[in-house]
Every structure is written in structure tokens, then in C-alpha cells.
Design a protein around this ligand. Structure first.
Ligand SMILES: Cc1cc2nc3c(=O)[nH]c(=O)nc-3n(C[C@H](O)[C@H](O)[C@H](O)COP(=O)(O)OP(=O)(O)OC[C@H]3O[C@@H](n4cnc5c(N)ncnc54)[C@H](O)[C@@H]3O)c2cc1C
Length: 345
């Protein structure tokens, strides 16, 4: 019953699961959760595997969540409430909603992975985060297989963070992390277009396409074009998108840093907190296009590490350590790894 996970993670690294199950129903999931809880066997959940770094072995049960289903109902005035099962592909959901004239997800087009994983790190891109469109989710408790609902406040979303994800800056107790398996997610979409065009890349792309008053579908098209240009397609070149989060730092520290490095990019990110560009810091340390054996730093976007062939999870983590040390030495900023590191070597 062991299973090879090389085709279940977008880095394309080899990993053996003690027991692999592709689960398509909540009943099947409940049975496995009850078994794991009764026997104390570890249980790992994967969606599309686009935000994980796998070591060579995953102990216990590994569940690839493939629950499918979409439903919609009218909300308040011009609102549509769209519920999608955890195993739906996120980008399909974006296309499905736009195709029906339900707007709000356009900036999140082409983010790989599943709907169920989207709340885990509160996916975001080009000025929009999942939390802004989120209504609620249903999740199964691994302790007793009961199902409960979380509203937005209950999920405690933050920058690439939530109740469900361990983050070194977050307040979450380790008992809550990994406790729930998300079954479905309900989003609030609008029949009215409210394009978010704050990112220069998207503005430039829309201008290039000749869209002066862009529709949501045109915004999604621009996002897809920009992403395709910047990011390697995991289908042909193993990667997990950004390997690090953009660091959040105190604005006083950022001001001091900018005295030394005047053209560092800084974006406001809350009260007295600013976000630095991890890509820029890595670039300044000279890693763009760097290669270390079977792993490399993507030439067009140094936040992305790529599998050049037969790389292991350990190869990626060794490169990550080197990059983290270089950024720490030069800028006194610690970079935090964005994907979840799972398993043992
Ligand atoms: C090319 C590329 C570009 C990317 N761009 C972006 C981007 O712009 N913005 C962004 O935010 N992310 C981005 N990502 C990261 C990734 O797409 C998202 O984090 C996505 O939500 C991961 O989905 P997944 O189904 O692949 O999750 P997985 O990688 O399978 O899992 C990620 C984590 O979530 C857990 N998990 C998965 N499903 C569930 C569930 N149903 N219930 C409970 N836990 C679960 C897993 O145990 C794991 O800890 C990018 C990745 C790639 C490869």
C-alpha cells in the first residue's frame, strides 16, 4: 500500500508514503480519520501538492483530497455565495465564476492548487487575498471526525497565514495547527465588477492589451499573462512558486535599511509594519540564476527555486538555507520559508 508521491507534488521530488489514499467522499475521509485517531498513526493531507517540500518519506496515512462539487446561491443584493469542495482546482473555480459573471476572484487567477488549501495560507496575488472574498468553510476535526464551520474571524487570516498554518510570527497554538481537514469553502462574489488594479504589472499588461476600462475577465487575462511570463510552469519545471514569504518588518528598521540600500521596495502592511520584497533581497545577494547541483534559482524571479532534474526535498532546503544566511548577513532580515516542509529524510 506504499505510494510514490513524485506525481503529487509540484516540486517533482520523490517521496514514499507509507499508505496513500486518493479520497473522493467525506465518508471515506471519515473512516480514515477515525482509523488514524484510534491507532495514533500520523495522517497527512495533500491537495495539489503545490505548496509543500517533501522529504523522502511520509509516515502513516497520506490522503490526497479529491472531493468535488460546486454550488451557488444568491446572497445579499448583488452578492453570490459560491461553495466549492476542497478538491476542486482553484483556477477552474476562478474561470467558472468569471464565466457566470460572478466577480471577485480575477486577481487570483492561475494560482495552482486546490480550493481546500486556499485558506491554509490565505492565498493572495496582485492586491487581493482569499480572506477578502471568504465567507466560511467546513472542516473535519482529526480528533473525532466531527465537522464544524469556521467564519472569517474564526480562521484568523493573516499574510500567508491562518489558524490552520504554523507560522513563526503567528499566535497559533500547535494544537490548532493541522487539527482540521477543510472540506469546502464558501466565497462571496459580486454581480458588479470592482476591478483591483493597484499592481503596476497588471496596469501595464492591460494597457499593452489595449483595455482602458478593463472587465474582470480582462483583468484575469492580464494576470494569467503576467504570471506565465514570470513563473515557470510546474508541469514542465518543478517549483512551488515563492519559496519565501515577503518579510514583514518594523517601519523604523526599514527606514534605517533604506539609508544603506536606498532603492529597496517597501509596501505598507499594517500599523508601523512594512513588507519588503524577498525577491529583491535575494537578487541583491546575487542568487538570480544560481545553480546548486540539481536545484536552481529561477532567472526571471529569484523567489522561485526550480528542480533541474532529480532534486530531493533536502536539495531545496540546503539552497534555502544558503539564501537565508546570505540575506541575513547583508540585510539582517530573516526569510521565512513559505511552503510546508513535510516528512522525514
Ligand atoms: C507556480 C506557482 C505559483 C504560485 N503562486 C502563488 C500565489 O501567487 N499566491 C499564493 O498564495 N500561493 C501561490 N502558490 C502556492 C500554492 O499554489 C498555494 O499555496 C495553494 O493554495 C496550494 O494548494 P495545494 O492544493 O497544492 O496545497 P498542498 O501543497 O497540497 O498543501 C499545502 C498545505 O495545505 C495543507 N492542505 C492541503 N489541502 C488541505 C485541506 N483540504 N485541509 C487541510 N489542510 C490542507 C497541506 O497539508 C499542506 O500543509 C504558487 C505555487 C506555484 C507552484
Amino acid at each position: 500500500m506504499t505510494g510514490e508521491l513524485i506525481n503529487y507534488n509540484s516540486l517533482g521530488v520523490s517521496c514514499t508514503a507509507d499508505e496513500l489514499h486518493v479520497v473522493t467522499s467525506e465518508d471515506e475521509l471519515r473512516e480514515l480519520v477515525v482509523r488514524a485517531s484510534a491507532t495514533g498513526v500520523p495522517l497527512t493531507v495533500l491537495g495539489g501538492g503545490t505548496n509543500v517540500v517533501l522529504h523522502k518519506r511520509l509516515r502513516g496515512l497520506v490522503i490526497v483530497l479529491a472531493l468535488k462539487g460546486l454550488s451557488a446561491r444568491p446572497g445579499k443584493s448583488e452578492e453570490i455565495r459560491l461553495t466549492a469542495a476542497a478538491g476542486e482546482v482553484w483556477h477552474h473555480l476562478v474561470r467558472y465564476s468569471l464565466g457566470r459573471g460572478w466577480y471577485g476572484l480575477e486577481n487570483l487567477a492561475l494560482i495552482p492548487g486546490t480550493v481546500g488549501a486556499a485558506p491554509i495560507q490565505n492565498i493572495g496575488a496582485y492586491g487581493v487575498e482569499l480572506a477578502e472574498r471568504f465567507v466560511s468553510l467546513r472542516a473535519m476535526d482529526r480528533r473525532d471526525a466531527s465537522v464544524r464551520e469556521f467564519d472569517r474571524a474564526g480562521c484568523r487570516f493573516g499574510y500567508r497565514d491562518s489558524l490552520f498554518k504554523e507560522d513563526e510570527n503567528s499566535q497559533e497554538t500547535s494544537s490548532e495547527v493541522d487539527r482540521y481537514i477543510i472540506l469546502d469553502v464558501t466565497l462571496s462574489l459580486s454581480l458588479q465588477a470592482h476591478p483591483v488594479l493597484s499592481y503596476p504589472d497588471i496596469q501595464r499588461e492591460l494597457a499593452h492589451l489595449g483595455h482602458t476600462r478593463a472587465t474582470p475577465t480582462q483583468v484575469a487575462e492580464a494576470v494569467v499573462r503576467v504570471r506565465r511570463r514570470k513563473l515557470p510552469d510546474p508541469a514542465s519545471c518543478g517549483n512551488v512558486g515563492s519559496f519565501f514569504k515577503n518579510p514583514l518588518v518594523d517601519e523604523v528598521f526599514a527606514r534605517e535599511l533604506r539609508c544603506r540600500e536606498p532603492d529597496l521596495h517597501v509596501r505598507p502592511a499594517g500599523k508601523r509594519i512594512v513588507k519588503l520584497s524577498a525577491a529583491q533581497l535575494i537578487d541583491r545577494c546575487g542568487f538570480k540564476g544560481a545553480q546548486r547541483g540539481p536545484v536552481g534559482v529561477w532567472q526571471r524571479q529569484p523567489l522561485v527555486f526550480v528542480n533541474l532534474g532529480m532534486a530531493t526535498g533536502e536539495d531545496f532546503l540546503t539552497l534555502a538555507e544558503e539564501v537565508q544566511q546570505a540575506v541575513l548577513d547583508r540585510f539582517e532580515v530573516s526569510l521565512q520559508i513559505e511552503p510546508r516542509v513535510l516528512g522525514e529524510s
